[in-house]
Design a protein around this ligand. Sequence first.
Ligand code: GAP
Length: 443
Amino acid sequence: MADNSQMDRLVSLAKRRGFVFQSSEIYGGVGSVWDYGPLGVELKKNLKERWWRSMVHERDDIEGLDAAILMHPRVWEASGHVAGFTDPMVDCRTCKARFRADQLDQMQCPQKPSKTPGEADQCDLTEPRMFNLMFKTFMGPVEDDAAVVYLRPETAQGIYVNYLNVMQSSRQKIPFGIAQIGKAFRNEITPGNFIFRTREFEQMEMQYFVAPGDDDRWFEQWRELRMQWHVDLGIASDKLRFHQHADDELAHYAKVAFDIEYEFAFGWQEFEGIHNRTDFDLSRHQEYSGKRLDYMDPVSKERFTPYIIETSLGADRLALVVLSDAYREEQIKGEQRVVLGLNPAIAPIKVGIFPLVRKDGMPEFAHRIHDDVRGRFPTFYDDGGSIGRRYRRQDEAGTPYGVTVDGQTLEDETVTVRHRDTLAQDRVHADQLVSFLAEKLVG
Ligand code: GAP
């Protein structure tokens, strides 16, 4: 059952602490486009780096790529997006709202929120019309048809059209993969749920090229690896599950597809897709470009068009998963605290540094420590307000450690290290602080 208030509290924290802001807020905002603030940009960067490390740096069989957003318009004809990347849309003639015809059961009538659109007496829905989700724009100064280009709706196609370039330049052999992180754009009819469904978003996609016949085996491997990656990130495993696409849910390119779903406050929803795309994409690009994209096995001398196993993860949806999973409200000694229990590896700030008071040499000592620690970890220096309030702010930011300079520091140069989750406190000599934190944060 959807818990809107929990979502509202998360959205409010995200704004208050500088994770996510509504885009163009001073103009009233723009529909389902969001900006990442100082903490949000760090969180998302940490997630992307973790993904990149596991895909590209820690494997010999995957190469990285950063392809352009704008591509030749024929790419989207070949991929099937011009003809088929559509959603059925209906309008309500009474309230003028617009809905996805295939998701009416998940929506609320704006005038009677207890009913779905079409259910209340006053609803008057049009017949469904198909609506292409790709954003169109024009290349060059003349807005004629020849110059139409699209903002890519998935990053995958940039990988397919470069697969030979990458394979040849990096001397890879099948099986091998190409990973990419980048923006994608979809003119969603009913975006919403904060950063869950937006019109501009980032994808982290990996396309793994295999011999036909090997595809089922590789699909299973990638399905397991991807689920394990999320568990290793620290996401509660009882909030993760697979959903296999039934035949009528499969995208036009897929033979088999599994979603990895998370139980958000608004219900179970997909945040990563694992797809067996067969040889659909390379065959189509071969046909539309007239260029050979097949592969000759160097041992068997057999020629084939590779099959592709795709893992496609939304960076924004992953950010929403980790924020949702980390958000906690707790009672501590009769006081409520909100805390983001983020995995320290992805927390935007690792260490908060606080002089207990702004006098007696404490700020000077705290600045010295700050200079030592910031060279190693992202830190935040805060001397504003009571120490309790400063702890609370860092709890909300998900900062795993707080270092306090107090009266005892001036006597023996030790500081207090407070642990966000347990609230345990250690007394550590300032000279040992960086190595103490390194042991906790790096292991
Ligand atoms: N290349 C395959 C592909 O794009 P998809 O299931 O349409 O497959 C993959 O998208 C992932 O991209 C989703 O699981 C989600 O995390 C993210 N995504 C898709 N549409 C999105 C949107 N409108 N807003 C935010 N993330 C989105």
